[in-house]
Structures are given as structure tokens and as C-alpha cells.
Design a protein around this ligand. Structure first.
Ligand SMILES: [Zn+2]
Length: 407
């Protein structure tokens, strides 16, 4: 049996004598990387041991209610974390690539749980997802895993289940904080997000004008309250209130293959469209909303990164150009390693003031933070989609696009 005591003692000595104030930036980075890897390796070990706790029933008689309770109690973690760990530990036996990455300390339990959930449905996607996890943000990985799950399950079925199981629960916790938790089908959640975005945008801009800086999530909480107050005509506390009859749109991208009618009854109902940054929706739902003249949904039919059609009641050239530029960049900030999708603004590569055209080729989306750095602080974005480089004012490369992962 491997003796963990010596390893523990070494680590305890390192952390016990660690003085963060004495670290130079290079040492700090080395320590961060090393300790994070140790944390991931330890979590993998816990996940593997949990499977034994579960299969032997050794938790019985310990006072724990089940294996998850026992692991949570021993590790001081939550049941949710113990559940993810056990699921990952069990999945590793049949997923060799994920197993190798976890035993090398390359992935967190959260990343592995996302991958395992998708790979159980689609075993052939293991290599793609493990490779994606090595460089994509956790949010991007989750989104891809959700997409892959929807492929297997059928977007219609996913929508039907989410609809049947929709919830909204609020309660005050022991800490005296009110919390809200809700689940909705993706299309409804996207509509709520789109409306909330309008309020958050105003609140964020007002804070900025006053020189206040708080996390985006804090502004979103303010936006929720303002939205509720506005709905009953009460004072929202906003200096420039959001006008009633707010205009918001949900963009759904639909691959043209989904509309080719290669099934007997026309539209391939098992295919899914995607609300960028939110998740998959059934093409049948999008088609129904458009037929009913829903003013909110805007469907964009895509072939690769090209738009082949745009179906909506209120369309203009300006909107279409914006959509085309966003689609070209997967609806994300163009700066490499930034996957911000909220409040992106279109930046002119050649500045408008210097005669740069408002055109497909001259525009790229930047998040509020990066747009500000580029406009006011001398940062530069060079290259084209797929080969972008983000440069500091001194010309050093801060981030660069990486080649796409082969599936
Ligand atoms: Zn950004």
C-alpha cells in the first residue's frame, strides 16, 4: 500500500512555511501551477477511492446515510462534489483517455464530470472532449458537452423533459441570504436572459459612469430586482428606466442540414439549433415560434460560419451584419482565451474615424473589458478569425489563437 504520509508531510511543510508576500511573479506562477495540479491529482484519487467506498458498502455502520454522505463527511466537501467524484471514478474504468488525463492531473473533477456525462451517451466523442478540455474554458467545455448530450437524446426530448420539470424556488438560507433557483427549457431561459441583459446593461453603464466597479453577477442581481419592479410599474431605481415594451431578441442558429428535409415529414425534428452561449433547442420549436410570428425569436440558418438565411419579423441590414460578424466569431469576444459572450461590442479593426468601413471584414466582436483596453489603453488585436493575436501596448503577445482540435 502506498504511504501517503511522507507526501502529506512534504506538502504540509511547504504550505506551513509559505510566505506569499515574499514571492516574485515567476515563483508565484510556478507554485500556482504546481499546487493546482496537486489538487487535481488528489481529487482524482478521492474519486477512485469513492468507487471502492460505494462497491464494498464500507460506509454502512459509520453513521453516514449512503456512500456519498460518507465521502462528503470524510473530505469535508459537499454531497454534490462527492456525487461528481463518484460518477467520474466509475466512468474512468471505461474511458481510457479520460482516465489517462485524470491520472496525469490534467483535469478537474468538474471538467471530467462534464465529459463523462457526454461520453456515456456518445462513446466516440471521448478523444475530442478530452482534447478540448486541455485548452477551452470550463464554460465552453460544458456547452460542448451539453450539445453532444442533446445529439444523443434528441433536442425535442430534452425540451419536453425540461418543460415538464421546470421549477422556481426561493428560500432564505441559514446565513440569512435569500436565494433563487430556477430551471426552464433553454428557449425560455434564453428569453429571460435576453430581457435581464437589457436591465443589466443599463445598471452596468450607470455604475461605470459613477466610477463604481462591482462584479457582473452583482449587477445581474440588481437587474433581476429592477426587472421585477418594472413589471408592476414600480420605480426601478434606474436613472434612465428601461422603456416598457422592451425590444429583445433571441438568436437561434440552425445548421442548414437541419432544414434540408431529409426526413419524410420535412424538417428533421431530431436535429437541434443552438442559442449561442445558452444551449441547444429543438428545430421544431424554432419552426413553430417563427410560424406563429413570435417577435422575439430570430433564426439564423448557417452553413459552417456563413449565414444562408435569416428569418425574423424585424430585420435590418445592420442587424444582419452584426449577426454575421458574431457568428463568424462563435458569438464570443475575438480576443484569444476570452470567451465572454455577454455585452460584446463590434470593434472596427481600422478605426471608423480613419475611414475604416462598417463591413464584415473590418468588424470583430470585443467584450466590454477588451474593447475598453483596445480603445483607450493601447492594446491591439491583430490577425483574422482563427489566427488572432492580442498585443499589449509594448507589442508583447498576451494571447494567441490555437489551431482547432481535430475531432
Ligand atoms: Zn474579451
Amino acid at each position: 500500500m502506498f504511504d501517503a504520509a511522507a507526501l502529506e508531510a512534504n506538502l504540509a511543510e511547504l504550505v506551513g512555511s509559505l510566505d506569499p508576500t515574499g514571492l516574485d511573479p515567476a515563483d508565484a506562477t510556478v507554485l500556482l501551477d504546481g499546487l493546482a495540479r496537486i489538487e487535481r491529482l488528489a481529487a482524482t484519487g478521492v474519486a477512485l477511492v469513492s468507487t471502492q467506498v460505494d462497491s464494498t458498502g464500507m460506509w454502512r455502520g459509520t453513521g453516514a446515510r449512503d456512500p456519498l454522505g460518507y465521502v462528503a463527511q470524510r473530505t469535508g466537501g459537499s454531497r454534490a462534489r462527492a456525487r461528481d467524484g463518484l460518477a467520474v471514478g466509475q466512468a474512468l474504468a471505461s474511458m481510457p483517455r479520460l482516465d489517462a488525463a485524470m491520472r496525469a492531473g490534467a483535469l478537474t473533477i468538474g471538467q471530467a464530470a462534464d465529459i463523462a456525462t457526454a461520453v456515456i451517451v456518445h462513446p466516440d466523442r471521448e478523444a475530442e472532449l478530452v482534447a478540448l478540455a486541455s485548452h477551452a474554458s470550463p464554460r465552453k467545455l460544458t456547452a460542448r458537452c451539453v450539445e453532444i448530450c442533446a445529439e444523443g437524446q434528441g433536442a425535442d426530448e430534452q425540451h419536453r423533459r425540461a418543460s415538464a420539470e421546470r421549477t422556481c424556488v426561493s428560500q432564505v438560507g441559514r446565513d440569512g441570504v435569500w436565494r433563487l433557483s430556477s430551471s426552464l427549457p433553454v428557449i425560455d431561459g434564453a428569453e429571460l436572459d435576453a430581457i435581464l441583459d437589457r436591465f443589466q446593461d443599463q445598471i452596468f453603464r450607470a455604475a461605470r459612469a459613477e466610477g463604481r466597479t462591482e462584479p457582473f453577477d452583482a449587477y445581474r442581481a440588481d437587474a433581476l430586482l429592477a426587472m421585477a419592479r418594472a413589471s408592476v410599474g414600480a420605480d426601478t431605481g434606474l436613472s434612465s428606466p428601461v422603456p416598457s415594451g422592451i425590444r429583445h431578441t433571441i438568436v437561434v442558429t440552425v445548421p442548414h442540414t437541419a432544414l434540408l428535409g431529409d426526413t419524410d415529414d420535412g424538417v428533421g425534428t431530431e436535429e437541434s439549433g443552438t442559442i449561442p452561449g445558452v444551449g441547444p433547442v429543438p428545430v421544431s420549436t424554432v419552426a413553430r415560434l417563427l410560424t406563429e410570428g413570435d417577435p422575439v425569436v430570430k433564426a439564423v440558418v448557417t452553413r459552417g460560419r456563413e449565414i444562408t438565411a435569416c428569418a425574423t419579423l424585424t430585420r435590418s441590414m445592420k442587424d444582419d451584419l452584426r449577426l454575421a460578424v458574431l457568428l463568424r466569431h462563435s458569438f464570443e469576444c475575438a480576443v484569444p482565451d476570452c470567451d465572454s459572450q455577454r455585452f460584446v461590442e463590434l470593434d472596427h479593426e481600422r478605426p471608423f474615424a480613419q475611414g475604416g468601413p462598417t463591413s464584415y471584414e473590418n468588424l470583430r466582436p470585443l467584450c466590454f473589458f477588451h474593447h475598453d483596453q483596445r480603445t483607450h489603453h493601447g492594446y491591439e488585436l491583430h490577425g483574422r478569425p482563427g489566427t488572432y493575436r492580442w498585443l499589449a501596448p509594448d507589442g508583447s503577445v498576451l494571447a494567441a489563437d490555437r489551431p482547432p482540435v481535430a475531432a
